[in-house]
Design a protein around this ligand. Structure first.
Ligand code: HEC
Length: 182
């Protein structure tokens, strides 16, 4: 038993040393243009999905109906989310091509179908570590966060013309290079 325990400690020590060597020698490439191995990607993706599911479990969903809420969410979406995620008939900004992982293009089928309202709310509020997805809970009120969720849901059926009409109505615009494919 004692020998078994000692071998276990030696092996554990070697694993820790090997890990430290990989870090010290700079072998892990943090470059955003060097994709993860398939296995690493799969593990990170599973961890992300489970983390979102577990952390959003106890959030009480708020009603998302009503134009007022959608109109409140729109400028937030247009001024920030759209820059990375695009929108109906609108491309994201050029720099997002270099983000890793790349933000999904909105309206995204996956976001509409795979995420519940509370999961969507949790992501917008808390952001996603080690991606470019910011936490909006740091800067936005509860009402604004739910309004953004309501607007993202509205995106599922919003045409490019309707989106443009909302841009005009809110007196917002597109920058010089915005809204065009890089
Ligand atoms: C600076 C760029 C950036 C901005 C601004 C941004 N996002 Fe993201 N977003 C990302 C990235 C990167 C991801 C991660 C994609 C991944 O993990 O595959 C992401 C992921 C998401 C996801 C999860 C998608 C999925 O498939 O699980 C949602 C939902 C989302 N963003 C909504 C929003 C909303 C709503 C806003 C505005 C309030 C916003 N994002 C603003 C970059 C951004």
């Amino acid at each position: 038993m004692k020998r078994f325990f000692l071998s276990f400690l030696v092996i554990l020590g070697l694993i820790i040393l090997a890990g430290a060597a990989v870090i010290w020698l700079g072998l892990y490439n943090v470059a955003a243009d060097a994709p993860h191995w398939k296995l690493t990607f799969w593990i990170l993706d599973e961890a992300k999905d489970r983390s979102i599911e577990v952390h959003s479990r106890d959030i009480i969903p708020q009603p998302l109906q009503g134009n007022e809420l959608i109109d409140r969410g729109f400028p937030h979406f247009h001024n920030t989310c759209r820059l990375c995620h695009g929108g109906p008939g609108i491309s994201p900004l050029e720099f997002t091509a270099g983000l890793y992982p790349r933000p999904p293009l909105f309206p995204s089928k996956d976001v509409q179908q795979d995420l519940t309202d509370t999961q969507l709310y949790w992501i917008v509020k808390n952001g996603l570590k080690m991606t470019g997805m910011p936490s909006f809970g740091v800067t936005h009120s509860e009402q604004d966060l739910w309004a953004i969720v309501a607007f993202v849901r509205r995106l599922a059926t919003l045409s490019p013309q309707e989106y443009q009409a909302m841009v005009q109505k809110a007196g917002l615009g597109l920058g010089e290079k915005e809204g065009k494919h890089p």
